[in-house]
Design a protein around this ligand. Structure first.
Ligand SMILES: [Zn+2]
Length: 248
């Protein structure tokens, strides 16, 4: 018997409720809109949760914080329409700022217990050479919240949610922005729609930067699919939640 027999890599196409936790407004879509669109078309409900307020990335410095936030949200809703996102949530921690890791983890416990997703997507916090702390904190806090969701002695930020929570099965965690993928999603059929969703995020990129981003995604998607029988891929690390501790 192998460890894969005991802890098989979960099938993401069995997902019915997916919570995608991202550091910034655009990460879920830049990293995974191709596969998320397919999973939504396959019958899964998509919930996006954004950890930071993303205000540092807004290119128009003349905008007030309020207007910048409005522009980010407008972009996110436009992209969400293309991908098929059912609901968006925001935690509003300061982008690239100082905030408490455990406060984020408590909030994530709340949303996981409240929404009860069967799969959770987030940024791989162990990506080598990832320098952006928001990405590392978000990925790690999400992983811990997935692991601890059933342990209600570990309080979330909402006592009412904790009291009502009776436990549920999280079948898998999926990391994007990973250097150690164990699954390359074939996104050939949703590539065009992925580009359309990414192009919605124009508060955060000049038109030249956006063209560069799309070119980089174009090259990366083809590179990820090399050796596969399809043209474009998104690299993912799909894990059984028990694989999040002690190297199983
Ligand atoms: Zn980001």
């Amino acid at each position: 018997m192998t460890i894969e027999t005991i802890l098989p890599t979960p099938d993401i196409f069995s997902a019915r409720r997916i919570l995608c936790v991202q550091p910034h407004y655009d990460d879920n879509d830049i990293a995974a809109a191709g596969i998320l669109t397919q999973l939504q078309q396959n019958g899964a409900e998509l919930f996006y949760l954004t950890v930071t307020d993303d205000l540092m990335g807004v290119v128009d410095n003349t905008l007030s914080n309020e207007d910048a936030a409005q522009a980010l949200t407008r972009d996110q809703f436009a992209a969400g329409k293309i991908v098929g996102v059912k609901e968006q949530y925001w935690l509003g921690y300061p982008d690239a700022g100082e905030y408490d890791y455990f406060a984020v983890r408590r909030d994530l416990l709340k949303y996981i217990r409240m929404l009860q997703p069967d799969f959770v997507f987030t940024a791989d916090p162990w990506l080598t050479y990832e320098a952006h702390r928001d990405h590392i904190q978000t990925g790690l806090a999400t992983s811990e919240a997935v692991m601890f969701a059933g342990l209600t002695k570990i309080a979330s930020s909402d006592l009412i949610v904790d009291t009502a929570y009776k436990g549920h099965d999280i079948r898998g965690i999926v990391f994007y922005y990973t250097r150690e993928p164990n699954y390359i999603a074939d996104i050939s059929s949703t590539w065009e729609s992925k580009v359309a969703s990414v192009r919605c995020y124009d508060a955060q990129f000049t038109s030249q930067e956006m063209d560069q981003l799309v070119m980089a995604l174009d090259a990366k998607s083809k590179q990820s699919a090399s050796g596969q029988e399809f043209e474009r891929g998104e690299p993912l690390k799909v894990l059984h939640t028990s694989a999040l501790h002690c190297g199983f």
